[in-house]
Design a protein around this ligand. Structure first.
Ligand code: FNR
Length: 184
C-alpha cells in the first residue's frame, strides 16, 4: 500500500516532519510512505484552479496515485496550519482527488493536548463534500509535549509513545487497505 504523507509544518526541524520520517522507516515493511512537499504550493486562488502551476499538478498527481493520505499535523493557534489548509483547498477542487480516499491523522505539538483541536478540525474538513475522505473513528495519535519525547535529533524516542503508535498502526493499516480496495 502506498500512502502519501502531508506534513502541516514547513520548517526544516519540524517535529511533525521528523515524525513522518520516523513512521516511514519504522513501518517500511507495512506500507510505502511518500512524504510530499506543500511549502512551495501557491496560495489557492479560484481564478487559477483550471490552470494550476506545475507544482500543484504534481502535488495532486502524487495524492491521486496514493491509496491513502497520512496527515501529520502540528497545531497553530488551535487549528491546522495555513500551509495544510492551502494544500487541502487545492485537493478539494476540479478533479477532487481525495473523494473516497481514506485518511489517517497523527500530530505532535509542544502543548500538553498534542494537536487535539487541530485534529478535530481536520476531521471535520475531510468530511467536506469536495474531500469526502473517510477517517477511522478513534485511534487518534496525539503526541503532546513532543519536545520531551524525542532524542537529540528530534526523532521520537519515548517508549510508551512508540508502543502506542505501533498499536495504532495495527488497527489503522488494515482499515486503510480495505477502504482503498473498495474505492479501487
Ligand atoms: C504554536 N504552537 C502551538 N502548540 C499547541 O499545542 N497548540 C497551539 O495552538 C499552538 N499554537 C502555535 C502557533 C504558532 C504560530 C506557532 C509557531 C506555534 C507550538 C507548536 O506546537 C510548536 O511550535 C511545534 O513545534 C510546531 O510543530 P512543528 O513545526 O515542530 O512540526
Amino acid at each position: 500500500m502506498k500512502i502519501a504523507a502531508i506534513v502541516g509544518s514547513t520548517r526544516k526541524e519540524s517535529f511533525n516532519l521528523k515524525l513522518a520520517h520516523f513512521m516511514k522507516e519504522r513501518y517500511a515493511d507495512q506500507f510505502e510512505l511518500d512524504i510530499l512537499e506543500i511549502g512551495h504550493l501557491p496560495f489557492y486562488n479560484q481564478d487559477e484552479e483550471m490552470t494550476p502551476t506545475a507544482e500543484v499538478v504534481e502535488f495532486k498527481k502524487n495524492v491521486a496515485d496514493a491509496d491513502a493520505v497520512l496527515w501529520v499535523t502540528p497545531e497553530y493557534n488551535g487549528t491546522i496550519t495555513s500551509a495544510m489548509k492551502n494544500a487541502i483547498d487545492w485537493l478539494s477542487r476540479v478533479d477532487q482527488v481525495m473523494i473516497g480516499k481514506p485518511s489517517w491523522i497523527v500530530g505532535a505539538s509542544m502543548g500538553a493536548l498534542g494537536t487535539v483541536k487541530a485534529q478535530s478540525h481536520l476531521r471535520d474538513i475531510l468530511f467536506a463534500p469536495g474531500l469526502s475522505s473517510p477517517v477511522l473513528p478513534g485511534n487518534e495519535v496525539l503526541i503532546g509535549s513532543v519536545h520531551e519525547k524525542v532524542d537529540e535529533n528530534g526523532y521520537l524516542a519515548d517508549e510508551g509513545t512508540i508502543a502506542f503508535l505501533d498499536a495504532t498502526v495495527e488497527n489503522v493499516r488494515p482499515w486503510l487497505e480495505k477502504q482503498a480496495a473498495v474505492r479501487n
